[in-house]
Design a binder for this molecule. Structure first.
Ligand code: FES
Length: 181
């Protein structure tokens, strides 16, 4: 195909003239002559659609916050009987939802800690290492202090969400999730 217009720099891959090209090729031209043909109305349409998308995003965030507040406090749920968790051992459980994996560690006769197992770096599962007094993330060698859940080494910067616990009637219960910055 011969170029008749010296400003015409490109030829569509199928070689057909521009008026036979799909609409998107005309809407987003790559050559200067066609670029000047983008109507003000099309540009306004683009701006309105983009603004609408942003506005919708804001409404969605507000709705999510509202729904979270309505859900209120997480349920109180039994994790295990005391006898099932000897000192120096740990058990995994799901809280507050079935896909929220957590770990409970018994560090003393009457001392327990529980955290979300999701590493605050890139969400790999952390595992307790009692002999080192830490929780370890194998993905990028992240370490968290066992007593506080605060990161001590590796890439994680935020503490693990802590699960509030209550002990009664010979059992350990999860009563809430404390997300810390
Ligand atoms: S995901 Fe845990 S250290 Fe990267």
């Amino acid at each position: 195909m011969t170029q008749t217009n010296p400003d015409q720099l490109s030829v569509p891959p199928d070689g057909k003239p521009y008026h036979e090209q799909p609409q998107w090729r005309n809407d987003f031209p790559i050559d200067w002559p066609q670029d000047e043909l983008v109507a003000r109305r099309d540009f306004t349409k683009f701006l309105v659609l983009t603004s609408f998308a942003f506005a919708f995003g804001q409404v969605w965030i507000a709705f999510e916050n509202f729904a979270r507040k309505r859900r209120g406090r997480p349920p109180i749920r039994m994790i295990a009987r005391l006898a099932a968790v000897p000192v120096g051992s740990s058990v995994t459980f799901a809280y507050p939802d079935a896909h929220d994996d957590c770990v409970l560690v018994r560090t003393g006769t009457a001392r327990f800690v529980a955290y979300s197992q999701k590493c605050t770096h890139l969400s790999c599962a952390v595992t307790p290492q009692l002999e080192k007094n830490c929780l370890y993330c194998p993905c990028h060698h992240g370490f968290f202090d066992l007593a506080t859940g605060i990161p001590t080494a590796g890439p994680p910067r935020r503490p693990l969400p802590r699960i509030s616990l209550e002990i009664r009637d010979g059992a350990i219960y999860a009563t809430g999730v404390e997300v810390r910055a």
